[in-house]
Design a protein around this ligand. Structure first.
Ligand SMILES: [Zn+2]
Ligand SMILES: [Zn+2]
Length: 165
């Protein structure tokens, strides 16, 4: 691998991987919370611990929204609460622009910057609140062939490891 991956692409890639753990079939979202260039927490959208998964039982829809899932951003923030990790001054990397509820929660948590990959029903009130709270919002572009390149780079090593073991 020749190019060194920029931090914003690196952290966004973590969120993209986390999104692959999502159990809701409507949308796969991943969120990574970062402080001083270190990952402090991560989450994806899924059921409350112990409940069934949408991927097996279908979504529980109320007013067009899946009521079963905890959003990725909330799960990442709650992991910080659970383990006593400070979120003040942190950044969050999300695969999709946050919904209004998550936006409000992110603001209250003291997070100072939101990086997102895809626009997703960007709510005008969310945008207004973020501006009011002076929270920076930046869209990150991840090269289309990033994961392909990683796969290509390790392909030979992975197969030789299997051969040798
Ligand atoms: Zn669902
Ligand atoms: Zn949300």
């Amino acid at each position: 691998m020749t190019d060194r991956i920029p931090w914003d692409q690196y952290f966004m890639s973590q969120s993209m991987l986390l999104a692959m753990r999502s159990t809701c079939t409507r949308l796969s979202v991943g969120a990574t919370i970062v402080r001083e260039k270190r990952v402090i927490s991560g989450g994806y959208n899924g059921s409350v611990s112990g409940d069934v998964h949408c991927s097996e039982h279908g979504c529980y829809l109320i007013d067009g929204h899946c009521a079963r899932t905890v959003h990725a951003e909330m799960n990442a923030l709650l992991q910080c609460a659970k383990f006593g990790v400070k979120t003040e001054g942190a950044d969050i990397y999300i695969t999709h622009f946050p919904c209004l509820q998550c936006t409000k929660t992110i603001i209250q948590s003291g997070i100072r910057k939101i990086f997102f990959l895809k626009n997703y029903h960007n709510h005008s009130y969310a945008l207004k609140l973020l501006e009011q709270a002076n929270i920076k919002v930046e869209q990150v572009a991840v090269p289309e062939d990033l994961f392909q390149n990683i796969g290509d780079y390790y392909k030979a090593d992975l197969t030789s490891d299997i051969r040798d073991s």
